[in-house]
Design a protein around this ligand. Sequence first.
Ligand SMILES: [Zn+2]
Length: 339
Amino acid sequence: METEIFRLRKLQTSMDIQPASEQGQDASSHLSVTKVRVNYSLPIFDDQQKHKQSIPLNPLVGKELKFVWNGDIRCLHCNRLIKKTYNNGYCYPCFIKLAQNDLCQLRPELCHFHKKTCRDQAWAEKNCFISHTVYLSFTSGLKVGITRSHTLLSRWADQGAEMALPLLQVRQRFHSGLVEVFLKKFFYDKTYYPAMLANSFLSPQQRQQLRSEAGSTLQSQFHESLKNLKQLDAHIEETRAKISSCQLQDQGHQASKLFYSAEPMPKLHSYSYPMAPGARLPAETTHAKHAKPKFTQLSFTKTNSIAGRLLGIRAQYLLFETGILNARKFSGYCIKLLS
Ligand SMILES: [Zn+2]
């Protein structure tokens, strides 16, 4: 197979959810576990931003692939030819103009809609003033995060979560930012990606062990977080001086008014990603208990082609025998795929 030249962008995911009848229980916590299998594809868009086709990647795992870059980089939004990208695939004008590239998308607690300085109010109505979920997930370790509620399952796949569970829902993105900032007192919000990727190479027994630990940690921290969240009112009261108060006055500032559903019982989700059977950690990578794993980063800036046997995919990383390729980082690069 040889594709036409297309702009690389974030890998698309779709989820296979195991039917309830086949779902097991988490051994350590006796909670029911929703098992999610992630399918990846490369999306191809035309110059007018219309989605043309998707190339399924799961069937290519275990096979030899070659990505060839033709030397061009084009903005994902306006298609302009550029020398470097901003925020994974945008030209500088689109980076400073588009609402999705504003700092408040990364840090929702900095929402400035009420100041009438939002870059695109219609975009915000569709993307920020909708239900958001605050969650706990286990990637390289336990972390807290937020996302739009309707993208929850794909958000967990994008970050390569081993296991995850939703904590609570809020009515808008700004509120999820307030809750996340508060929960960062107790949890990390980052993933150490080499450790997360190294977990893809665990044996079935090691994986079972990891999931059992992750499941019981998530469950205990779920209950702990709900307890801690009782202090959220006081935290918001403290924060009020720093953030604009009028934003909260409209909505009611009490934590109880921010949430509209705290899950009464944790709903554990356990993820599996496509891997070639028997795939081994690349030789230069170590995963001894006290040594940090290291992967060779594959990059189109060093070479025009990246080739090798694809061992697996997790988060936004293509795991080759020769190293790892972060597909999202090279968004906007004009490439073709040969297999
Ligand atoms: Zn642009």
